[in-house]
Design a protein around this ligand. Structure first.
Ligand SMILES: O=C(O)CCC(=O)C1=CC=C[C@@H](O)[C@@H]1C(=O)O
Ligand SMILES: [Mg+2]
Length: 324
């Protein structure tokens, strides 16, 4: 049998993350540990309830009601209303049972995308990240008035080096007219032959506006990526069935069962970008394992550094288990 234990955690973002959803300053989550004989496997439950996953409290309630001895049957029958729990437990099960001797898909390491702060702070941040080797950046829009952000965007595209890829992430915060204006502006910028490539605009409209986003993706060459619309496996399958064939930005940590996600991506050969939920090294390693296997077009993974107050993750993780 396999023993189960868990530890909630809280980590403070430095700096807080500004998006159209608001300001996010702490990341709450749960690290789970499975022990069988001398083998130990870790998994992470890192919900984002405003993306449609369960809340941290719901995940904690689920963990608290589990028996200390856990079975494969319990893990693979976690309900779909708990996608972050499905991911955390199944990752830990894979960690303890198979990934030790299963060669991860042979991969050249995927490039990383770095998140730029919203607003004009992006203009003074990209340089140090470029020095660290990043050549794909994601910038949040829909945070400040559109005229302000368009002016910053023009400046950013003039100063970013050749061959840099820029992603714009609206978190569903634009109106149809604003999305139209952003896509038209991207088209104009790309036509001027600036060196930067606008790789895509992520979730320009709310998830209820899939039809409008499908229309926009037919009018403009600049790609559209969906993440809030495809946050879990049910939404992913629904969007695919409704005809979405653009980019799917997948956050494995809140998508649900890794084995089911793997099956969906391999079956439908979708154009996927893999993105973080600002999880710790535990969830990040499990998510990047999936990204390495399933990134058909080798797009940069959205796991660029986001600074925490604790700098050393391994030490932090060990201390978590020493506490209480
Ligand atoms: O995808 C990336 O480049 C980094 C992760 C990221 O942008 C996000 C993580 C979690 C919630 C959101 O604020 C945001 C996103 O919308 O993708
Ligand atoms: Mg996004």
């Amino acid at each position: 049998m396999t023993q189960f234990d868990f530890r909630p955690y809280r980590r403070r973002f430095k700096p807080p993350l500004q998006t159209n959803h608001g300001v996010w300053d702490v990341r709450d989550g749960i690290i789970i540990r499975l022990t069988s004989n001398s083998n130990v496997g870790y998994g992470e439950i890192a919900p984002i309830s405003w993306f449609g996953s369960e809340t941290v409290e719901q995940a904690l309630d689920f963990c608290r009601q589990l028996p200390k001895e856990i079975s494969e049957e319990i893990i693979f029958s976690i309900p779909d209303r708990l996608p972050a729990c499905q991911f955390g437990f199944e990752s830990a099960w894979e960690d303890i049972n198979c990934c030790k001797n299963v060669q991860i898909a042979p991969t050249t390491s995927l490039p990383y995308s770095a998140l730029l702060p919203a607003g004009k702070a992006a203009l003074s941040t990209w340089q140090s990240l470029a020095k660290d080797g990043y050549s794909t950046f994601k910038w949040k829009i829909g945070v400040y008035p559109i005229a302000e952000e368009l002016a910053i965007f023009h400046h950013l595209t003039e100063v970013l080096p050749e061959r840099v890829k820029l992603r714009l992430d609206a978190n569903g915060g634009l109106s149809y007219d604003e999305a139209n204006l952003w896509l038209y502006t991207c088209e104009r910028v790309m036509a001027t032959g600036v060196g930067v490539e606008i790789e895509y605009i992520e979730q320009p409209l709310a998830r209820e506006n899939l039809t409008e986003m499908q229309e926009l993706s037919c009018y403009y060459a600049t790609a559209i990526a969906l993440d809030e619309s495809v946050a879990n496996l049910t939404q992913l399958e629904t969007c695919y069935q409704q005809g979405w064939r653009g980019i799917f930005t997948i956050k494995p940590s809140i998508a649900g069962s890794p084995s089911r996600l793997r099956k969906f991506c391999q079956e439908h050969k979708i154009d996927a970008v893999f993105s973080s939920v600002f999880e710790t090294i535990v969830g990040k390693q499990a998510a990047l394992k999936l990204a390495a296997e399933l990134s058909l077009n080798r797009r940069a993974v959205g796991f660029g550094v986001h600074h925490w107050l604790e700098e050393n993750e391994q030490t932090w993780l060990e201390q978590l288990w020493q506490a209480c």
